[in-house]
Design a protein around this ligand. Structure first.
Ligand code: ADP
Ligand code: TZP
Ligand code: MG
Length: 267
């Protein structure tokens, strides 16, 4: 059932070409736009407080990414998030670097109080910080935390009334009742910047064409990890992380329901 629901999304996204509005960081913004196009979505990056509500009203999903947040982008994020809630489109939140500084952590908790977030995608440290966990964070990268990713995903989904997607060696997705663990991925996915951010874009692209947000979250997360595995297998001697990044987006653009079904591994 779940596999069939996800397989359907690959066709729906190509037909639907969802408009995915991003308010995101200036490090991986271009990769996120290209990952959205690669999976079949249509990206628009708009951050000005004067226009975000109007842009949300044209969109099928909204991505909020805390990567290089400052107070003016935060005000725009709040306005966009409330407009998305009013319109009834999914909000996908990537709490980049939350836990690293009080500035980010306080605004993430404030954001979650004011905006109904459909899906949260982060690494374990970031999500742990969202529910009040304390871990010695390293900027935007994950470090070890004191509970399992499965427990964390379920607890986050229940506590924040959302779908929690926690990336790592094995990605975990929970809606608070069901929890799914993905076996795919490659350590090279952590050697380039933006694979987490791009995952949020993939999730939002799928969420923009279905009400089944749990399937959309699993689809977006597993596409990134499977594409990361396939890109690594295509590297030849002398090719490094620069080529890997290109091959990763190639693999996302070639992903279809058959490649996904044959390659995805649920644990
Ligand atoms: N130790 C690991 N081994 C293999 N794949 C990993 C590992 N850690 C993360 N990944 C993969 O890297 C991608 C980005 O995840 P992650 O690094 O956790 O997010 P972020 O970039 O937001 O910190 C995901 O597809 C995830 O599956
Ligand atoms: C390095 C960095 N600094 C602020 S945003 C950003 C990119 C983070 O991307 P990801 O979380 O996908 O690794
Ligand atoms: Mg990240």
């Amino acid at each position: 059932m779940l596999i069939d629901n996800i397989k359907e999304l690959f066709l729906k996204i190509k037909k639907g070409n969802p408009l995915v509005h991003h308010i995101t960081n200036n490090v991986t913004i271009n990769d996120c736009a290209n990952a959205t196009l690669a999976i079949g979505g249509s990206p628009v990056m708009a951050t000005s407080i004067e226009e975000v509500a109007d842009m949300v009203n044209l969109a099928n999903a909204l991505v909020i990414n805390f990567g290089t947040i400052d107070d003016s982008t935060y005000e725009a994020m709040l306005r966009a998030g409330k407009a998305a809630n009013k319109k009834g489109i999914p909000v996908v939140f990537d709490p980049v670097g939350v836990g690293a500084t009080p500035f980010r952590t306080e605004r993430a908790i404030d954001f979650l109080k004011k905006v109904d977030v459909s899906i949260i995608r982060g690494n374990a440290t970031e999500v742990f910080a969202l529910i009040g966990g304390k871990a010695a964070t390293r900027g935007v990268d994950a470090v070890e935390i004191t509970i399992s990713k499965e427990e964390l995903a379920k607890k986050t989904a229940q506590q924040l009334n959302t779908i929690a997607v926690i990336s790592g060696k094995h990605d975990v997705i929970s809606n608070g009742e069901e929890t799914v663990k993905i076996g795919n991925g490659d350590i090279w996915l952590t050697r380039i910047t933006g694979t987490g951010c791009m995952t949020a874009s993939l999730i939002a692209s799928f969420a923009g064409i279905t009400d089944d947000l749990f399937s959309a979250a699993i689809a977006g997360m597993s596409v990134m990890s499977l594409a990361g595995e396939r890109a690594k297998n295509r590297l030849i001697d002398g090719e490094g992380i620069g080529t890997y990044r290109v091959k990763l987006i190639d693999e996302i653009s070639m992903m279809d329901s058959q490649i996904w079904e044959e390659g995805v591994r649920f644990l």
